[in-house]
Design a protein around this ligand. Sequence first.
Ligand SMILES: CC(C)(CO)[C@@H](O)C(=O)NCCC(=O)N/C=C\S
Length: 207
Amino acid sequence: QSDDLVSSLKTDLFKSSGTFRVLVGVTGSVAALKLPSLVSELLQLPGVDVRVVTTEHAKHFYNPSDVSVKIYTDKDEWELWTQRSDPVLHIELRRWADLLIIAPLDANTLGKIANGICDNLLTCVARAWDTSRPLLFCPAMNTAMWLHPITAQQVSGLKEFGYVEIPCITKKLVCGDEGKGAMAEVSTIVSVVRQYLPKPVESSQKT
Ligand SMILES: CC(C)(CO)[C@@H](O)C(=O)NCCC(=O)N/C=C\S
């Protein structure tokens, strides 16, 4: 079972040379309930292959059977590496992904990534990220958390790494607060990802 974890990644690396590999990170905001629709809309993009990395807290907000692609968990990392010669899952994933999008990015994971903390699979992928590849993030948290001064500091820190914010929006949040903190709409997120797809090459043959 652990073999197919990485062998599918490796075959993907080899096989899907034409595809654009999107890795979706999902964290413990209630907006993670949008994961199934985000994944299915990303899969509509031409030539896109999608995988998911989840944190433990995110698991509370979606049903994995509603997600049609592989979801990698912290447990997968532990199961995969049991001896020196085993591959390291977070390194295989950072090699595999052409683009990483963290949607939603909760306050906890924002703080971890802004400070280089890497205590789970997703933050390890982010910590090992090749900053020449796009990393998009979609903050989502309660309005009070969003308005705390540390949030702006940490969001600008991520931008200094070259990461791209897809800003949160104003909504009546599930906890009853009205204000900023809601994750950007899935359609907005997908349209931003579309901008990073490789441009179709003009056919050089004269027709
Ligand atoms: C869940 C959804 C998408 C419904 O429209 C929206 O409320 C949202 O993005 N909330 C994320 C903000 C959050 O984590 N609030 C936590 C406490 S209020």
